[in-house]
Write a protein that binds this ligand. Sequence first.
Ligand code: GLA
Length: 388
Amino acid sequence: MIDVETIREQFERHYGIHPRLIVRGPGRVNLIGEHTDYNDGFVFPAAIDRATYVAARPRDDALVHIVAVDMHDEDEFALDAPIEHSADHPWSNYIRGVVKGLLVAGHTLGGANLLITSDVPRGSGLSSSAALEVATGYAFQLLNRLNILGEELALLAQGAENTFVGVQCGIMDQFISALGRSDHALLLDCRDLSYRPVPLPANAQIVVCDSHTERRLSGSAYNQRREECEAAVRLFKRWYPKISALRDVSVAQLREHEADLPEPVRARARHVITENDRAQRSAAALEAGDIATFGRLMNESHASLRDDYEVSIPAMDALVAAAQAVPGCYGSRMTGAGFGGCTVSLVETGAIERFKHDVAAAFRQATGRDTTIYVCRASDGVGRALPE
Ligand code: GLA
């Protein structure tokens, strides 16, 4: 975990003066509702107590200088020239994309010295990139007094990822990083961005297990799934001309027509439509204090992602199976885009130590690999980082 004092010292070491501000943008874990956001559906994520930090201080010129502590790298670009994609510093594109988005929207920005560091594991499916985008946007809006917050900030960050980085992600990750609430998950309706904070159970913990398998979100598979969903919408329109997304198709309507759909579109639609239903039912279950039902829905979600959406991999299946076998684990599933990365489990507080031990041992036996296990606390969305 990173503390604010260390960041301040690092900034002073690089720039010879203290930062004007330090911003914290959290990573996230999605409890349920996977691959539903870009289908206008429901997601149920929480921001976590791991974050990307941006320390910043204005400059007198029109340059943005960035020190990326964890990458042992630096980059610089000008605000008064076209902002281009950087092939040499790929990490910098998240920052460049956000800054460009602000300029394109007509905001006037001053130059800045930045220092970036993060304790969100990179490439693990915990949205380190959304955390960086949201923290960058928040830092620039503070430095330039723009008052771009909440939903607007989330959309700015998503726009950077879609148009500048080139990943057609939905809104979930940036939204929860901007608007997360401590000790709550948010049931977010990705169609109109309305949301409902749901308190997490007091006697259970969110546990994230990293399979340490490299994932590549910008790989073609994510965008391919989106296209398959669009194909499914076109087919469903034959029966329901008014629909505009898979979110508009009910489970009953799916059952009526699924036999008429070709594969793989049938399986993809089945995942999205049932997952959208599970996301809503799981939030209601938590609100009713029914953790057992919530856990069962998590398990069903994993099976659906594995068998119908085909975004899991054997190592994640092994990690989920190891978790589900531990007494006191309510449910477990892969989280995020898939193709590797992390799982999320809901575990009774008294069973955490046994969970850690048993899951690590079973995963090692099944795969020969080690997992890293994080017991997470749901945290607030982006804001100024405060000293401990
Ligand atoms: C990634 C994307 C999100 C969402 C998830 C899958 O995290 O960034 O928008 O689509 O995958 O649920």
